[in-house]
Design a protein around this ligand. Structure first.
Ligand SMILES: Nc1ncnc2c1ncn2[C@@H]1O[C@H](COP(=O)(O)OP(=O)(O)O)[C@@H](O)[C@H]1O
Ligand SMILES: [Mg+2]
Length: 617
């Protein structure tokens, strides 16, 4: 038969072609149409096989509606004799190919007119698929192939994906990190102005981007403590525990004073101010990122303590001073406290380094978080995400920046009592307002059910990979548009490296297969040295020494996260014993997810010892 419009007549393709009729519409309900199908021989060619996940077309007037099959079943109810339909396919209508006046056709999302009973249903061939997926005009990147027709590239619109955030979701081991590596490589290629900050929780991206990325770890990063805002620095001083009320209060009093004292010494206090100290106090609130010195902070606390008669109050000061000293002297914290007493406003250098301004051929920063003391990772993520947003805000989005966060459920937990509030605040600010300041977010998680649903709803492009947990699927279903929700039934059956892509970044909800990455570019944990195929050699005493060195000193290794244990490549012999329960009164969830147990923290252990001694003064 010949259709009212020749759907295969894509722009530039003139010849009219016969399109084979597959069936006819037998009922329509909302955006769903049922299609009656005649008996089909099992030898039918691949393109005529009707099964879930495939696209079909419905010819309506001058356009061809494009729908995705979500269900096929044998017909059981009686039908009028003149219809020999034996099967019914449910079609989710998602788009439309319209023919223009000049005989050219173009694709648009959504449908303008709905089918009626009896409208002809046809196969969607590769020409139509090409027309749908190869939108010209906008910046597209090719991330893989369509599942329906591997000859057709799966294209993603970079600008849409970036400006409205994206997320990669799926069970451990389905290829999320590989997908991120692929997406970022392509995005950087398509958008030379883009800079990327990748929060690499498991130190696995080190080799994926070659020369294009700068890699930061505790050995080469300097993030002075004064960049941390008050909540963050409290988190650092208290080793990831909520601070003790009195100590936190004293700290909040002296930090602004230390800031103004430093400013005075540097001669930047306003001369107009009557009382210099007071004026500076007013100018430097707790959270303003201006330098101060730990020595000044300690001296202020010491002076205040000296004025007190009451032993109990003196004890509080003493504890606070010891706490600060312990953290500052901990070699693992050198990245924050080195030069703590020298001063110097290095904010320009730090921002330039962290956010690649100018990029100098390396538009990307990989922050290897697994190397930092685990108690400080939350505060660190908070500081970097906050600075990423603030830089965008105060520079009016001069340089577009993408922040990619793995294990997003750790920082943005659905349960608000889990995680570090300032980190959540920093990331949700990017999610909610980042668009105005050219700061975008890319989230990765394998525990969708634990992720804050409001953050997921801010991500307009989703790459859903294999997902077997019912709760995860239910959550995703509520996050995507109705038309796409029916497609999610496929999720548990997706293969490794396959994804359903939804949302603004893709023309249609599509099942796609990500391009294969060469082995040398696959994200892999640093610890996984050499090729995986060879027999695993036991650690000799030299490598064991290196492990112990790391254990004790400068560089700590990542905490084991129950579900990622398989992903991680830690030798079994160095895995810590299961975490003991945290002390009473502390947030158990928080420690389970984010922290080492307090008993485990050498920082606190050392502190407790010192606490038991009487104050020196
Ligand atoms: N696009 C891809 N190209 C090549 N191999 C892949 C790809 N995606 C997944 N894989 C394979 O699957 C494994 C797990 O992928 P990974 O990205 O680490 O999963 P996840 O981050 O979801 O845990 C990889 O080590 C690799 O062998
Ligand atoms: Mg991963």
């Amino acid at each position: 038969m010949t259709l009212p419009i020749d759907a295969s007549q894509a722009a530039g393709h003139a010849p009219t072609q016969k399109v084979e009729l597959l069936g006819r519409v037998i009922s329509v309900r909302g955006s769903q149409a049922s299609v009656g199908l005649p008996a089909m021989s099992s030898q039918a060619p691949e393109e005529r096989r009707v099964t879930v996940g495939k696209f079909l077309g419905v010819a309506v007037g001058k356009s061809l509606l494009v729908g995705l099959i979500t269900d096929v079943s044998l017909r059981t109810e009686p039908v009028p004799r003149d219809h020999d339909y034996v099967a019914v396919a449910q079609l989710e209508l998602i788009g439309e190919i319209r023919s223009g006046d000049a005989g050219t056709a173009h694709f648009q999302r959504g449908v303008s007119s709905y089918p009626a009973i009896g409208d002809p249903v046809v196969c969607i061939g590769s020409r139509e698929l090409r027309l749908i997926f190869q939108t010209s005009g906008s910046r597209m990147i090719e991330v893989g192939q369509l599942q329906q027709d591997s000859a057709i590239a799966a294209a993603v619109d970079v600008d849409e994906t970036l400006s409205k955030h994206f997320a990669v979701l799926g069970t451990t081991g389905v290829g999320k990190s590989s997908a991120i590596a692929l997406l970022l490589q392509q995005m950087l290629q398509a958008r030379p102005d883009l800079r990327v900050l990748l929060l690499d929780v498991h130190n696995e991206y080190g080799r994926c981007f070659g020369e294009r990325a700068q890699i930061l770890n505790p050995n080469n990063i300097r993030l002075p403590f004064w960049l941390f805002n008050f909540d963050e620095i409290v988190d650092v001083f208290f080793g990831g525990r909520p601070g003790l009320e009195e100590e936190v209060y004293f700290l909040s009093e002296v930090i602004p004073l230390a800031k103004s004292s430093y400013a005075q010494q540097m001669g930047v206090t306003s001369r107009l101010a009557g009382k210099a100290g007071e004026a500076a106090y007013a100018r430097y609130t707790l959270d303003v990122p201006v330098p101060y010195r730990i020595a000044d902070l300690l001296a202020l606390l010491d002076t205040r303590m000296g004025k007190l008669e009451n032993r109990a109050s003196r004890m509080v000061y003493h504890k606070l001073i010891t706490r600060i000293e312990t953290v500052c002297n901990d070699p693992r914290y050198a990245f924050m406290f080195e030069n703590a007493n020298v001063g110097g406003d290095t904010m320009v250098e730090i921002l330039a380094m962290l956010f690649r301004l100018p990029p100098n051929g390396k538009p990307m920063t990989i922050m290897q978080l697994a190397g930092f003391p685990s108690e400080v990772v939350d505060a660190l993520v908070s500081v970097t995400c906050r600075m990423a947003f603030d830089l965008g805000l105060w520079s009016d989005g001069h340089d577009p920046l993408l922040v990619v966060c793995e294990e997003a459920h750790r920082y943005m937990a659905a349960d608000y009592s889990v995680g570090f509030a300032p980190t959540r605040r920093a990331i949700s600010r990017i999610a909610k307002e980042g668009r105005k300041y050219a700061v975008s977010l890319g989230l990765v998680t394998q525990r969708l059910a634990e992720l804050d649903p409001t953050i997921l709803s801010q991500c307009s492009t989703l790459f859903a990979m294999r997902m077997t947990n019912d709760r995860d699927q239910a959550l995703l279903r509520s996050a995507v548009a109705d038309t796409a929700a029916n497609l999610l039934a496929f999720l548990p059956s997706l293969g490794t490296g396959e994804a359903f892509a939804f949302g603004e970044g893709v023309a249609l909800p599509t099942r796609l297969k990500f391009r294969q990455l060469p082995a040398r570019m696959l994200p892999r944990s640093d610890m996984m040295s050499g090729d995986q195929g060879s027999a695993h050699a036991a650690m000799d005493s030299r490598s064991l020494e290196a492990v112990i060195e790391r254990w004790r000193g400068r560089v700590t290794k990542p905490r084991v996260n129950a579900d990622k244990a398989a992903d991680e490549s830690r030798p079994a012999s160095v895995q810590p014993s299961p975490s003991p329960q945290p002390a009473h009164g502390l947030d158990a969830n928080r420690f389970r997810l984010l922290k080492r147990p307090p008993e485990d923290q050498s920082l606190n252990a050392g502190l407790e010892r010192q606490m038991t001694e009487a104050p020196r003064r």
